[in-house]
Ligand binder design. Structure first.
Ligand code: UDP
Length: 376
């Protein structure tokens, strides 16, 4: 069967943000793209749908946040944002704390009221735990940032169930995603721009694909005709798993997966927060989202709650998170090196680059790739 039926300039594998931005920009420059997507939805893990007048994110909560003005202005051409600021409550065995780690958390944990008292508590705990020098793993990094009490109640259990491995076997950078601040400020992010698209994320992608120069084929697995695609298309933007592209020839990279269980209630407010994290090690889920609280204009009458369960990844499951520990990072380097031999294939996105990217980083990288591709 012939795939390049319309003299496409690009085959884009995966309808997530990397490939979609690339296709949109290529179309602006008069180039034709075919996007193929294994799933039945567009937008990759950003996909969303509306249910009972509430925007539900299909693959876990996505809050757009960035310091990159160019990216913020870019995404705003496709949608309006609702001004949502993420605030997360942590539940540790029934006790409630504010996240990220800030003066509210320190007050709730220790009763301290000033930044100075909080600093002192943390330094004392860090010293008693004998943490010195550059942190070698997530546990050392966490204790050196916020001490042992917060580490053991709000981080250790959550992290170990989220990643399915010990905090001492995880890289320090993962915990540095969360702000630590000595003000009474519960904003989960430090970025200047933040929000959720008023109509959810999927309409962004529908808008990106409006051009006649872009075709999208869903339920289409690249690996069912890999050889034909490689021969027929002059250039491929590949955003799937990089190890799968190379038929796992150097070995398999590890990923972490999650699964979701949703329930609908006739109520306007069940948990009083868009997200509550369950940070103990016994509760099998990591967090519960109540979607209507992300969505300032949800219709009245119903609320939908979704529990997020981390799970081991295997080839029958979706790969959500790369595991950027030493073992996997060095394996990834081999694939990366191999990928450079293929000048007409560009590897992008979280899976193509095996990096724990946020949405804004993916968009920024896609825009950079476009500039390079078109010599701008
Ligand atoms: N984390 C934690 N306790 C929490 C929330 C997060 O220990 O209540 C740690 C955990 O290791 C997690 C990391 O911080 O993997 C990053 O959290 P983030 O909310 O950025 O994760 P994501 O939303 O990308 O899954």
């Amino acid at each position: 069967m012939k795939h390049n039926t319309k003299n496409y300039d690009y085959l884009i594998v995966g309808a997530g943000p990397y490939g979609s931005v690339f296709a949109f920009e290529a179309a602006k420059r008069g180039k034709r793209s075919l996007i193929i997507e294994r799933r039945s939805t567009i937008g990759g893990n950003m996909a969303s749908h509306k249910e009972h007048g509430i925007n539900v994110h299909d693959f876990g909560a996505h809050i757009f946040h960035t310091d990159n003005k160019e990216v913020w202005e870019y995404i705003n051409q496709f949608t309006e944002f609702n001004g949502y600021i993420n605030q997360v409550v942590a539940d540790y065995k029934g006790e409630r704390y504010n996240l990220p780690f800030n003066m509210n958390t320190f007050y709730q944990m220790w009763g301290v009221k000033t930044p100075e008292e909080a600093h002192e508590k943390i330094i004392t705990q860090k010293e008693s735990a004998n943490i010195t020098g550059i942190p070698k793993n997530l546990e050392e990094q966490a204790i050196s940032l916020i001490g042992t009490d917060i580490y053991s109640r709000l981080i250790k259990g959550y992290t170990e169930k989220q990643w399915g491995r010990k905090a001492i076997d995880l890289p320090p950078f993962i915990i540095r995603r969360l702000p630590v601040r000595f003000t009474y400020d519960n904003n989960y992010f430090n970025h200047r721009y933040q929000g959720i698209p008023v109509d959810g994320y999927t309409p962004i992608f529908e808008k990106m694909y409006e051009s006649d120069l872009i075709d999208v084929k869903l339920n289409t697995d690249f690996f069912e005709s890999k050889d034909a695609y490689l021969t027929e298309f002059p250039k491929i933007i590949y955003t799937g798993m990089i190890d799968q592209f190379f038929d796992y020839k150097f070995g398999e990279l590890e990923y972490r997966s999650v699964r979701f269980e949703s329930e609908t209630f006739e109520s306007n407010n069940k948990q009083g927060s868009a997200v509550i994290n369950y940070t103990d090690s016994e509760t099998p889920y990591t967090r519960i989202m109540e979607w209507r609280h992300f969505d300032k204009k949800a219709d009245d009458g119903y609320t939908i709650l979704t529990k997020e369960y981390p799970q081991d990844w295997d080839k029958t499951k979706e790969a959500y998170y790369p595991i950027n520990d030493e073992k996997n990072s060095s394996l990834f380097k081999k694939y990366k090196k191999e990928s450079r031999k293929f000048e007409n294939i560009l590897f992008g996105g979280r899976l193509g680059n095996y990096q724990y990217y946020d949405m804004d980083q993916v968009i920024s990288l896609a825009l950079k790739a476009v500039k390079k591709e078109f010599g701008e």
